[in-house]
Design a protein around this ligand. Structure first.
Ligand code: HEM
Length: 307
């Protein structure tokens, strides 16, 4: 009797072991390879998906290298701010994929497609999963999805709703060259077709806002010059594609604090300008980098002179 129970327990634990081993193998090895093959066949290229870490080790190395020194005082900041995506696109073209561990992140660098993803008309996209601790600490509504997002968004909208204000050309140009949110992500949760490519569920789409904003094809030869005048006819006429500028996102999840942020920036700037003139300090080194949002790695030292 005792040996029968031992045998049954052994059988159950072996079955469980086999089940979980298969599950893990499928998720870290089989599934990424299937997705990789499917993407490759449709012209989406990238490094081969390596076990466990994908491109992460190389990405970290490239990031540390980019952050190790400042750049010249110009606005060509993409190679420093988003170095790995930049290098991947240089190597494999705009239709490329970066492996974030075993998760594929497909670069979507075409304005019309980015709009399609963010407008999420047919509900095909969701936010990628976020670390639960980060969710509790920092993200609130930005990490909610589905019904709970709809409820929370409805609750908050009135607090921010106001007349649409004309944003100044200067603020637009600053947000174009230095978008605080450099990229957005959406995950497919069903098989979908986008721009002639069919994506299985579980692919992250990476929308590199900063690369759209610095794109010479969209903004012309002076894409990396500070020229607020380009917005003189309004946002939609500033570039070749009216969807090329989206510092606050797009569609149903567009930034709730957009008007507030612009008013706040205008107020802060006008208060400073009423009392001071200012110039960049010689000690400033140009080193934009991203820790959640885009910021100066060594601070932004300015010299204020009282008027
Ligand atoms: C220049 C300043 C800001 C920029 C560039 C910015 C940018 C963005 C972007 C790109 C998104 C879309 C995220 C996505 O699609 O996944 C977003 C969402 C959001 N932003 Fe902002 N934001 C700014 C300031 C603010 C401020 C000041 C507030 C609040 C007072 C705010 C509140 C929110 C909220 C609540 C969401 C989530 C909306 C949702 O998921 O439905 N933002 N923001």
């Amino acid at each position: 009797m005792e040996s029968l129970i031992t045998n049954i327990l052994l059988l159950i634990s072996s079955a469980l072991l086999l089940f979980y081993a298969t599950k893990i193998t499928v998720s870290i090895w089989w599934r990424p390879r299937c997705i990789e093959r499917q993407l490759n066949q449709q012209g989406i290229k990238g490094n081969p998906c390596r076990l466990f870490f994908g491109d992460m080790k190389e990405e970290l190395k490239v990031l540390m290298e980019a952050w190790s020194r400042p750049i010249g005082l110009n606005h060509k900041i993409v190679p420093r701010v988003l170095p790995y995506v930049h290098q991947t696109v240089e190597k494999h073209g705009r239709k490329s994929v970066v492996w974030f561990g075993t998760s594929p992140r497909v670069v979507v660098w075409e304005a019309e497609l980015a709009k399609e993803v963010l407008s999420n008309k047919f509900g095909y996209f969701r936010l990628p999963q976020v670390n639960p601790l980060l969710k509790i600490l920092a993200m609130g509504i930005t990490s909610l999805d589905g019904e709970s997002w709809v409820r929370r968004r409805r609750l908050i909208i009135p607090a921010f709703h106001m007349e649409k204000l004309k944003v100044t050309m200067i603020l637009h140009e600053v947000l174009r060259l230095y978008p605080p949110v450099v990229a957005l992500f959406r995950r497919t949760y069903k098989e979908i077709e986008l721009g002639g490519v069919s994506f299985p569920a579980g692919v992250d789409l990476l929308l590199p806002i900063i690369m759209f904003h610095h794109d010479h094809e969209l903004w012309g030869e002076d894409a990396e010059e500070f020229n607020p005048e380009r917005f003189s006819q309004g946002v939609s006429k500033a570039s070749k594609d009216p969807n090329a500028f989206f510092p606050f996102g797009w569609g149903p999840r567009i930034c709730l604090g957009q008007n507030f942020a612009v008013i706040e920036a205008k107020m802060a700037l006008s208060m400073i300008l009423q009392n001071f003139s200012f110039q960049l300090s010689p000690s400033y080194t140009h080193a934009p980098y991203t820790v959640i949002t885009l910021q100066p790695q060594h601070g932004a030292q300015v010299i204020l002179t009282k008027l």
